[in-house]
Design a protein around this ligand. Structure first.
Ligand code: FDA
Ligand code: NAD
Length: 435
């Protein structure tokens, strides 16, 4: 008889960790829940991999960053013993390769079947690989990606070996900027290469990007706007450089690639509705099949604040919130109760060298950047508002206090009217604090 569980969480990342915690809070009985993960470690706070994990001094290591200390979580980290204590089966190093969801069965790579009554899919995203685009020599040794703890352990060793040498980071997004920062603080000579005119185009305007690029530049990181066409390798197929479209090349003892991620939504073709590359779910995070839910990076879900516009959100706050919400949604259904739909406001944050910022809402419409005069080479507080149809719909803040970030979060829910953009620029953070 294949093992059978009342609840199965497929994927053992952030959303899985927060869902397991919520199950326990809501009276889970021993033996009811299994988590299946291809990783070798219990759920952990993935953002640590590109930040504390690579610190030259006192680096973050498991069990120090297992879930769940956010969202009012306990101080205690949930390592494997916590799962055992609550009778939760952790099937680690177990990859699911498909299954028949109508029969409530999953199939693992080792050809085992696991049965479920209710399934929560939490398979997250995977890093896009240059080998997928057949970039010449992109399979050379010394080219690294970062998604899982095992990748971070390998990357960390390479970073330590590259001290004093050249490294190239491909991609000017979240991974590119955070890893670029980690490399330089480890004494690696770092160049970040990407094709767009400025970094983090998903959030930053050109003026905002200029502040961060100048700050990185001051720490010795170079930015190059270029397309990469291949890699230079030695006779043993170790990378030694990066070839650019203009025919030049950059020397590199190591390369880190952060050119985007895609949701892991390929396991059940034709069985579940897909939208924008993720599993389409409703406001209760139910997929197109009964008793099958999707959360975190892999779910395309309705954003209530935007009239149920469907969006993917590859960010940790959504993973945490949706992991907790889905369990509340399952419990409500079991108890024939109705709960409000999932209500998430887009939110992004990053720590980059000694700067840190948060963004709430949407970056559409007119952008008003304030406080740039406060910025010195050491940093400083500045921000931006995005105004669409006379309403503030997006807000960004560097170096804010907890109260200021909370004010921005409230502001974006309220979407206050503004008519005078010049005054908004003059008021800066005071606008959010007085709404
Ligand atoms: P997550 O990726 O956490 O977990 C998915 C799990 O499913 C993994 O354990 C995976 O191995 C497993 N899995 C996948 N397919 C499987 C299969 N077929 N069989 C078995 N297991 C399978 N966000 C943010 O807002 N701020 C930040 O600072 C950062 N920083 C950051 C750094 C780095 C290095 C990364 C890679 C990502 C971030 N993020 C972030 C993004 C954030 O970490 C991400 O949104 C959440 O981890 C998503 O949580 P999920 O649980 O959806 O997927
Ligand atoms: P991203 O989409 O943020 O950035 C991708 C970058 O790669 C862009 O600058 C793009 O121009 C560039 N690019 C694309 N093709 C390229 C090429 N061939 N050569 C050079 N550059 C190229 O993706 P990412 O930085 O890889 O992040 C992956 C995932 O991890 C995302 O889902 C992100 O949300 C998550 N993440 C988030 C955080 C955070 O929120 N602080 C931190 C790390 C990772």
């Amino acid at each position: 008889m294949p093992p059978s569980f009342k609840y199965v969480i497929l994927g053992g990342g952030v959303a899985a960790g927060y869902a397991a915690w919520e199950f326990v809070l809501s009276g889970l009985r021993p033996g009811e829940l299994a988590i299946i993960s291809k990783e070798q470690v219990a759920p952990y706070e993935r953002p640590a991999l590109s930040k504390g994990y690579l610190n030259p001094e006192g680096p973050a290591r498991l069990p120090g960053f297992h879930t769940c200390v956010n969202m009012g979580g306990p101080a205690e980290r949930h390592g494997p013993e916590w799962y055992a204590q609550h009778g939760i089966t952790l099937m680690l190093q177990t990859e699911v390769i498909g299954g028949d969801l109508s029969k409530k069965e999953l199939l693992t790579k080792s050809k085992d079947i696991i049965k479920f009554e209710k399934l929560i899919i939490a398979t997250g995203s995977t890093a896009m690989k240059l080998t997928d685009f057949k970039v010449p020599n992109s399979d050379a040794r010394g080219i690294y990606y970062l998604r899982e703890e095992a990748d971070a352990a390998i990357l960390d060793k390479a970073v330590k070996k590259a001290k004093g040498k050249n490294a190239v980071v491909l991609g000017g997004g979240y991974i590119g900027l955070e890893i670029g920062a980690a490399l330089v603080i480890n004494g690696v000579q770092t160049t970040i290469v990407f094709p767009e005119p400025h970094c983090l185009r998903r959030v930053f305007t050109p003026e905002i990007a200029a502040v961060y690029q100048t700050h990185y530049d001051g720490k010795g990181v170079k930015f190059i706007q270029a397309a990469v066409v291949g890699f230079v390798v030695d006779n043993s197929l170790n990378v030694t450089g990066v070839k650019l479209k203009d025919g030049s090349s950059l020397p590199a003892a190591m390369v880190v690639v952060g050119v985007g991620a895609r949701p892991c939504s390929y396991l059940f073709p034709k069985q579940l509705a897909i939208e924008q590359g993720g599993y389409k779910v409703n406001g209760r995070l139910e997929t197109s099949l009964p008793d099958v839910y999707a959360v975190g990076d892999v779910a395309t879900f309705p954003i209530k604040l935007y009239g149920n516009e469907m969006q993917l959100q590859g960010h940790v706050r959504h993973a945490r919130m949706s992991g907790k919400y889905v369990v509340q949604s399952i419990r409500a259904q079991e108890e024939c109760r109705v709960i409000d739909d999932y209500d998430y406001v887009p939110y992004f944050y990053s720590r980059m060298l000694d700067m840190r910022w948060q963004f709430f809402g949407k970056n559409v419409g007119d952008c008003v950047v304030w406080g740039l005069a406060n910025v010195t080479p050491a940093g400083g507080k500045f921000g931006a508002y995005w105004v669409m149809d006379g309403k503030v719909v997006g807000a960004f803040l560097e170096s804010g206090s907890t109260d200021e970030y909370e004010a921005l979060s409230r502001l974006i829910r309220e979407q206050p009217q503004v008519t005078d953009l010049k005054k908004l620029e003059e008021d800066g953070i005071c606008f959010a604090l007085t709404v």
